[in-house]
Design a protein around this ligand. Sequence first.
Ligand code: SME
Length: 178
Amino acid sequence: MSATADMPYFINPSKNISAKAKREAYELAEAGINANLDDEELMILKMTTINCILKTYLPYYYWVGFYLVHNGALVVGPYQGTLGCLHIDFSRGVCGKAAREEKTQLVADVHALAQGKDHIACDPNSQSEIVLPVFDNDKNLIAVFDVDSSLKASFDEIDQEFLERILKRHFEELSLKK
Ligand code: SME
């Protein structure tokens, strides 16, 4: 199946919000995530729940999900959104860069990047994104967390601050089982 610009009936276009509204939405989402996950150990439960709660509160989350480190490359894991690319090499895309450098990547306009090399367009509607590395308790990279918006410049240091804290708490600090 090839990607088209048509959004399926169950996906809405992104809406950008003010910095104040963004902080308020993240505060509610973070409280919900902690309430549901602080006693959970299974990676799959953590990933599915984080995706669901963040996508519920943040109206510019068009695609949200995890790419898992598997045999030295990335494979798509739990996500919400349109069909994600199944395999991503560490040498490609924003996800690959986040995995290689083990650092958060903020991209205001993904179409300004070299397509197929520095950005992989799984869905042509994606216009901006944030990708964060996910570590386990031993500081091993286990995944990257990818969020895409169908608008430009949706992500900033507020997203980075909240997401880094949420991922650190649930994958590094609290116990984790595969
Ligand atoms: N954002 C990616 C590809 C994954 S999709 O957006 C779901 C990238 O260029 O790394």
